[in-house]
Design a protein around this ligand. Structure first.
Ligand code: GLC
Length: 803
């Protein structure tokens, strides 16, 4: 069964059947103001922080058929009462003649036809004007005169998202709604929690006169809430009660009498949902965005943003699914993960301390540096502000308060209270930023460390260079019995929580890669003494690694404090782990021979037709000594599931070895665009990567979950553009080093780099996987495979031939 199709021309995915296996969502706005809209018009909106300042109540766990957050009802007279239905399908679920949800960049447009009534509802958030806009156009296609009313509805939440769910006494007493009748005759409903009456007021308003409203859910649904969202009893009355809620479950319901429609006639209105300090502060914007021209302008401006964002790199390969992902959906997903980290999605509930993940965002940022360098730099700064003086990092932080959290360490107080990998990612992120932008001065910018004195002042500050040096230094001094880096509470794999003193080969590789990056940077800066310092450490690490961690056919993944390996043929469960193989290549530590063998073992034992499993065999039962991984059944998530984040690392490793067929096969087998035809098995959105797919040890092999907020986005983007297409920024220019399938004749790419446009064509006349033999820059052949930094804003033609 298919639920929709890609419309590449309009950069949309169009859902044509609303009964998708799970809700398919889209993001609007940013973390400053925004959230997501599902394909039936439900929405979750917050301002600045989903945990501390949430506006709309949207409960992901409720069945898909339920009202979630927002909807729109239409009604017309029938019999003695009204026929009520939602043109967004949910929550009334009426039969429709047409249903299309256009998932666009920054907007969702739902077009439907029910009972001869065509509705078009565009939902988006203007770039510089924090408000959710819904522009609704209704057309009478019944062929007869028709009288219609429209009722726009939002259900509010208390701003503190956790309290909304764990307090049903104090909280409902604080919730209030008021109506502001404006001189123009229009009306705005405001809603707030009592203690925020003067500071944070939600507003909901329409461009069309509102004859009556409701702000109390109980009254809206009617009959002491034995009325339902699918049939709110108050909508059988000619007017709503216009009741201003003094407590309880607050909603905003605006009744529009649209009057009579001639056959073919269209009428429209615009609603706005936002938050301001008070109504007066919001008045100007509210009035402005009641005008269709202002809305149109804002929509065009938003499209302009996305065009600029996408146009910075466009590729043309022989593979249309790859083009679609690399040109539209993958960069868009990278923008979303950069904004939301792992905070708010259909699966990440945006509640509590999770916030912005240190390791997550450090990786996400690498997926957008080439398109939004300034915003990337801002995020890098924020991340370094939650780095501790000793170089390690808080696991996550809250973007509004900058308060750090230690993650799940507190659940196991006998284990180390830091993650062994977090801080190391920042080395990769900062150096990636420098290679892209050449903004070397950033290294001298001073950023505070996390610890504060009693007055909240930072205890210590350091330059960016100092921050990344301290990160490496922390791990240098944090090694175990084999002289390999400690695991900490966990490394990248959150769920393997071994006893204190365990060593992690992932941390070894990440540290090794960090040392390589640092040596490269310092050599560019001309500081050869420091280069030697890092090189020596790297060489020692590499030697120790190879002496201790080769298992015969592949590399080991962890050592317990007593020296017992995990990820070895000696283990019953978790014999082999994907990251131990891929990262041995990425860190440059696997010598040839072992490198091929490690990746071949991975191919034999971990690869499936639907992606590469994280490990094998899965644990089958809870084991406190291993931790979280053993809470999952075999084949799920980190316990032998296809954890997609790690798949691009294998693509990168294969590409580094020059094995273009495998790199491409691995890239393709998880491309969601290719899952469109098997949506009933896969279940998640085909236009974004998911975090995981159940592995072949699980009865539901192939089922994806946790779409959107996953490191898969950034790494698939990097694997696709920087390793398969091989276009990699360096300190001295743009390296062209593709590793492609032999059958390709070549490919083209246009990329902005340090202000100039690189118009690249790669030719593959001999049909090989890897190896550039000739590079022409603006018609002149140059040595090597690095296109120089031009220092201008012109277009330059780069022709590369593989031989
Ligand atoms: C989740 C976490 C990420 C972690 C991964 C593997 O995606 O957000 O931080 O690395 O799981 O455990």
């Amino acid at each position: 069964m298919k639920y929709g199709y890609f419309d590449d021309k309009n950069k949309e995915y169009v859902i044509t059947n609303p009964r998708t296996p799970v809700k398919w969502i889209n993001y609007i706005g940013t973390l400053d103001f925004g959230g997501f809209v599902d394909h039936t018009g439900g929405a979750l909106i917050c301002k600045g922080d989903p945990s501390l300042n949430r506006i709309v109540k949207y409960i992901q766990q409720m069945p898909s058929s339920e009202f979630k957050g927002e909807t729109l009802y239409l009604r017309f007279k029938q019999g003695g009462g009204y026929k009520i239905f939602s043109p967004l399908f949910v929550p009334t679920l009426d039969p429709y003649d047409l249903y299309e949800c256009h998932v666009g960049l920054g907007y969702t447009r739902i077009i439907s036809e029910f009972y001869g009534i065509r509705t078009e509802c565009v939902i988006f958030i203007p770039i510089h004007n924090a408000r959710e806009i819904r522009e609704v156009k209704i057309t009478n296609k019944t062929g007869k005169d028709l009288e219609l009313d429209a009722v726009s509805v939002v259900e509010y939440t208390h701003f503190d998202a956790v309290r909304q769910f764990n307090n049903a006494d104090w909280l409902p007493q604080t919730m209030q709604s008021r109506c502001i009748r404006e001189k123009s005759g229009l009306l705005t409903l405001i809603q707030y929690a009592f203690m925020r009456r003067e500071t944070n007021v939600n507003f909901f308003t329409s461009s069309h006169p509102i004859s009556s409203f409701e702000s109390d859910r109980k009254r809206f649904l009617g009959n002491n809430e034995y009325g339902t969202w699918s049939n709110p009893l108050s909508l059988q009355m000619e007017e709503l009660a216009s009741y201003e809620a003094h407590r309880g479950d607050n909603i905003g319901a605006l009744l529009h009498h649209l009057g009579s429609f001639k056959p073919g006639e269209t009428k429209s209105f615009i609603t706005q949902l936002g938050q301001e300090q008070n109504f007066e502060k919001g008045r100007y914007g509210i009035e402005k965005y009641r005008s269709p021209e202002a809305v149109k302008k804002a929509f065009t401006e938003m499209n302009g943003f996305w065009d600029e964002f996408l146009n910075r790199i466009q590729v043309e390969t022989p593979d249309s699914n790859m083009n679609r992902m690399l040109n539209i959906h993958n960069p868009r997903q990278c923008f979303i993960t950069k904004n939301w980290s792992r905070y708010l999605s259909y699966y990440q509930l945006g509640i509590g301390t999770r916030g912005i993940g240190f390791r997550d965002s450090s990786q996400d940022v690498m997926g957008v540096i080439d398109r939004i360098p300034e915003e990337s730099k801002k995020l890098l700064r924020q991340l370094m502000m939650v780095q501790r003086k000793n170089g390690s990092a808080m696991h996550s932080f809250n973007p509004l308060t900058m308060e750090g959290s230690k993650g799940e360490t507190e659940e196991l107080p006998d284990r180390p209270q830091y993650y062994g990998d977090d801080h190391l990612w920042i080395v990769l992120a900062v150096t990636a930023y420098l290679k892209e932008t050449g903004d070397i001065e950033f290294l001298q910018e001073v950023i505070p460390y996390y610890e504060k004195d009693e007055d909240g002042r930072p205890l210590e500050r350091g330059t960016v260079l100092d921050h990344i040096k301290r990160a490496l230094n922390f791990t240098r001094n944090d090694k175990g019995q084999h002289n390999l880096p400690h695991l900490g509470f966990a490394d990248w794999n959150d769920t393997v929580n071994l006893r204190t003193g365990a060593e992690s080969l992932f941390n070894t590789h990440l540290y090794g890669k960090g040392l390589l990056e640092m040596s490269e940077l310092c050599s560019y800066l001309g500081d050869m003494v420091v280069v030697k310092y890092y090189k020596d450490e790297y060489d020692k690490l590499k030697k120790t690694f190879n002496q201790t961690s080769w298992d015969g056919e592949w590399y080991i993944r962890y050592f317990d404090p007593d020296g017992t390996p995990l990820g070895s043929h000696k283990n019953v469960h978790g014999k082999i782990y994907s990251n131990a193989q891929s990262w041995s290549l990425i860190s440059g530590m696997a010598p040839s021979g072992r490198a091929e063998k490690a990746l071949d073992s991975l191919n034999k034992l971990l690869n499936t037709s639907k992606g590469i499993k994280l490990s094998w065999p899965g644990f089958n039962g809870y084991d406190q000594t291993k931790g979280g991984i053993t809470t999952y059944p075999p084949g799920a998530k980190e316990n032998g599931g296809i954890f997609l984040h790690t798949n691009p690392w294998v693509v990168i490793a294969e590409a580094m070895m020059g094995r273009g067929e495998r790199a491409y096969e691995y890239y393709n087998q998880i491309n969601p665009a290719a899952k469109n035809d098997i949506a009933d098995e896969y279940e998640c959105e085909p236009y974004v990567y998911a975090q995981n797919i159940l592995g072949d040890e699980h009865p539901q092999f192939g089922l994806a979950r946790n779409s959107w907020l996953t490191g898969t986005a950034s790494w698939m983007y990097q694997a696709g553009t920087r390793f398969i297409l091989g276009i990699r920024p360096r300190y001295d220019g743009l390296e062209i080093d593709p590793c492609i399938p032999k059958k390709w004749d070549g490919f083209k790419a246009v990329r902005k780099y340090k202000n100039a446009i690189y118009n690249i064509e790669v030719k593959n006349p001999k049909h090989i996987n890897k190896g550039i033999s000739k590079l022409k820059v603006d018609g002149k052949e140059i040595k090597g495979n690095i296109a120089p930094v031009f220092g201008d804003v012109k277009t330059h033609f780069i022709e590369a031939v593989m031989e």
